[in-house]
Design a protein around this ligand. Structure first.
Ligand code: NAD
Length: 495
């Protein structure tokens, strides 16, 4: 159930293909597979097993048995931290393989894969390993006759469903806090990039996790994902993906009133005032939209610019983009802009570019597919101007390297345009006026606000969205509360 793979950069490894359940790789019961494709060459890499509802049930049973077992209970908080640190050590030892997998199957430039994805995953696991033995309840003095204390109890079996855009970081962001809090997990990877999370499964047994504590499966969303989200013996679903699927998950989770965390899509604004350092704004807004070829949930895909600097900003944005967006083979060191992840995503992004043109927006730069040597799902960095608020390119998440630039006259108007969206994930404001920066931060509907930068995130700081960008947050200390419930214990002192 393994295959020997050699990535285009020459890195070799043994790739598991089965479903990782109860510390073993097993075949799927339905015989269905998922084919991993390289978005640069458009060639098949290999096929992995796809879970059926029956397989999901097996994984949930393994996680439940593990949750109840004395061997997991015996692993106290300190030991859970030790296990997470071992997982991080194994990821570090195998960083080259994990990054090569991500670049090969996802199309992400290698340095971004190595440091922005694998590097983040290692840091996140170590961060939550440190938290594992610092999760305490409270003691509450209730007067002379009674006392009370609270226990931060693990929820039980947690289902985790991840997208494809940062596979390594997603695995760690899901597993780290869930395990630190003492839960057991069934994690389903995305069918777009099924290899990376499965490689992590190899580390689970090696790190010493008891069987069933971490189960990692591949499967199609409507079948395996839905089976996990609706399973009556799953206590929580933590989902990262599109808003459309998030709404579906919420319905399925209601069947047994699961605890839910949703990290969903965005259409995030960056507001640039006339007093901003324009070179700094042009640099960060390029990073904000073009990183990972626009496939970042927190991408600032709507740039709102004060009318007095609109044209000057556009020229600077273009010049900066020409410097930092280098299209090419993602394994090349100089490449910063790889292909879209799949043919489906590529066609989806191109259809948005067509809709922008047909709805009457003006194409300022880019706007077309740019296969390299006749191959690959590459799309040029694209900017539209003269965009109206009813247009699809203003309203909908494109998840590609396409940004709209919209002028505004006043601070009030800037806020109104920024908040004219169903989403509320990310935002940025560029200004040298401190008071104005904080007024915007307070007034904007977004889970994250960056002042004079974009996506300059930190694993110690919570990340999440409001409105239709999600429920709850990940990273930082607050994420721990999403994987426990408060158990209040009263003691009668009057007997
Ligand atoms: P997606 O919603 O298509 O798929 C995400 C996951 O959900 C996959 O594992 C998929 O198999 C599963 N799924 C699909 N249908 C399902 C169903 N009916 N029931 C259960 N599971 C189902 O999203 P995607 O294309 O993989 O990822 C891109 C989206 O993810 C974008 O909208 C992006 O903004 C969002 N995202 C959000 C964050 C965040 O932190 N807010 C981070 C990364 C990506």
């Amino acid at each position: 159930m393994d295959v020997e793979l050699i990535a285009p950069n020459g890195v070799k490894w043994t790739q598991p293909l089965g479903l990782f359940i109860d510390n073993e790789f097993v075949g799927s019961t339905g015989g269905k597979t998922i084919t991993a494709v390289c978005p640069t060459s458009e060639e098949k890499i290999c096929s992995v097993h796809a879970a059926t509802a029956e397989d999901v049930d097996k994984a949930v049973k393994a996680a439940r048995t593990a949750f109840k077992s004395p061997s997991w209970k015996k692993h106290g908080a300190k030991e859970r931290g030790v296990l997470l640190n071992k997982l991080a050590d194994l990821a570090e030892k195998n960083a080259e393989v994990l990054a090569s997998l991500e670049t090969w199957n996802n199309g992400k430039p290698y340095s971004l894969a190595r440091y922005g994805d694998v590097g983040v995953s290692i840091d996140v696991l170590r961060y939550y390993a440190g938290w594992a033995d610092k999760i305490h309840g409270q003691f509450i003095d209730c007067g002379p006759d009674k006392i009370a204390y609270t226990i931060k109890s693990p929820l039980g079996v947690v289902g985790q469903i991840i997208p494809w855009n940062f596979n390594n970081a997603s695995v760690a962001v899901k597993l780290g806090p869930a395990i630190a809090c003492g839960n057991t997990v069934v994690l389903k990877a995305s069918e777009m990039c099924p290899l990376t999370a499965l490689y992590w499964a190899k580390f689970v047994k090696e790190a010493g996790f008891p069987p069933g504590v971490i189960n990692i499966i591949n499967g199609y969303g409507p079948e395996a994902g839905a089976a996990l989200a609706s399973h009556l013996d799953v206590d929580k679903i933590s989902f990262t993906g599109s808003t459309r699927t998030g709404k579906e998950i919420l319905k399925l989770a209601s069947l047994n009133m699961k605890n839910v965390t949703l990290e969903t899509g965005g259409k995030s604004p960056a507001i640039i005032f006339e007093d901003a350092d324009l070179d700094n704004a042009a640099l960060w807004t390029n990073i904000g939209i073009m990183t990972n070829s626009g496939q970042v949930c927190s991408a600032t895909s709507r740039i709102l610019v004060h009318e007095s600097i609109h044209d000057k900003f556009l020229e600077k944005f273009k010049a900066q983009g020409e410097k930092i967006s280098v299209i090419g083979d993602p394994f090349e060191q100089t490449t910063t802009h790889g292909p879209q992840v799949s043919k489906v995503q590529y066609e989806r992004v191109l259809s948005y570019l067509d809709s922008g043109k047909s709805e009457g927006a003006k194409l300022f730069m880019g706007g077309k597919a740019v296969p390299q040597g006749g191959k690959g799902f590459y799309v040029e960095p694209t900017v539209f101007t003269d965009v109206k608020s009813h247009m699809k390119i203003f309203r909908e998440e494109i998840f590609g390297p396409c940004v709209v630039v919209v002028p505004f006259k006043t601070e009030e108007e800037a806020l109104e345009i920024a908040n004219d969206t169903n989403y509320g994930l990310n935002s940025a404001v560029f200004t040298s006026n401190i008071a104005r920066a904080h007024r915007i931060a307070a007034g904007i509907d977004a889970g994250n606000v960056y002042i004079n930068s974009v996506n300059n995130m930190d694993i110690r700081v919570p990340f999440g969205g409001t409105k239709q960008s999600g429920i709850g947050s990940e990273l930082g200390e607050p994420c721990l509360a999403t994987y426990t419930y408060n158990k209040s214990v009263f003691v009668n002192l009057a007997i």
